[in-house]
Design a protein around this ligand. Structure first.
Ligand SMILES: O=P(O)(O)OC[C@H]1O[C@H](OP(=O)(O)OP(=O)(O)O)[C@H](O)[C@@H]1O
Length: 246
């Protein structure tokens, strides 16, 4: 297909009938994944720290707090995520964000809903996406976290606070930095609107958690503005490399 037409069709989600991951033709046009790809997107439920999602144990192990979170608990109450930032899930997110695969929108929102619904969850008063700076928004054309948050807000039937948080600095992408630099890069980069968040229990949504610097900064900003409590949800949790870039 002529490339601009193909891209438009993708953006409009008009490639129904094919698996969103491998493009195999689906016998059942209502699904978005073939059986094999659906199997490669399992929900991670064990062998992890429930506070930060660090996956240090075997999957069969019950969740248990990691030493870091015991010593310095994160500024949120609950963390929900679908799976490790690797393999098919990582490919889905990267294609969505950087390779014009906007039609994955609904599938990624569905994975977020599955992560939220997998265990007894407290319904938030409202849902808040991690914002992009206006310049980054123009560059990408959409905010991936807002699109994921939109599906969640619909699922929990609560307001979506698109402007609950704003990004006040156009920070360079976190992917360029290691742990310490990520914390410095994102510090003071957000503002919260007290008129929207004060007194409310919020579900804060992002696509990927690597060091947690972005979510920590956002959660603290929301709490300083009077939020009653913050839970966080990400699609994927990256594992830290023992050495090398994060
Ligand atoms: O847990 P952290 O170490 O803070 O990293 C996670 C953040 O990094 C990515 O954003 P990035 O700033 O790279 O820009 P992007 O949204 O354009 O991907 C991602 O979308 C998260 O917001």
């Amino acid at each position: 297909m002529f490339r601009p037409v193909r891209n438009l069709a993708r953006r409009l989600g008009l490639r129904a009938g094919r698996c969103a991951v491998c493009s195999a033709i689906l016998a059942d046009g209502g699904r978005s994944l073939c059986a094999a790809c659906a199997q490669s997107l399992p929900l991670r439920t064990g062998g992890l720290c429930p506070a930060c999602g660090e996956m240090s144990g075997r999957e069969a192990d019950p969740p248990s707090l990691c030493p870091e979170c015991r010593h310095d608990p994160p500024p949120w109450d609950e963390l929900y995520f679908h799976g490790q930032y690797a393999g098919v899930l990582r490919g889905l997110i990267l294609g969505y964000k950087f390779h014009n695969r906007f039609e994955r929108n609904r599938l990624l929102a569905a994975l977020a809903v599955a992560a939220f619904s997998a265990r007894p969850a407290r319904a938030p008063d409202a849902v808040v996406p991690v914002p992009l700076h206006d310049r980054r928004l123009v560059w990408r054309g959409f905010n991936q976290s807002l699109e994921i948050a939109r599906g969640l807000a619909r699922h929990v039937d609560r307001p979506l606070l698109v402007h609950g948080l704003t990004r006040t600095r156009n920070t360079p992408p976190q992917t360029r930095f290691g742990l310490k630099e990520r914390q410095a890069n994102i510090k003071g980069a957000f503002a919260a609107d007290p008129a929207l968040v004060k007194g409310r229990r919020l579900l804060l949504v992002d696509d990927v958690y690597t060091t947690g610097s972005t979510l920590r900064e956002c959660a603290r900003t929301l709490k300083r503005a009077g939020s009653k409590g913050v839970d966080v949800l990400v699609l994927a949790r990256a594992q830290r490399e023992p050495t090398g870039p994060l």
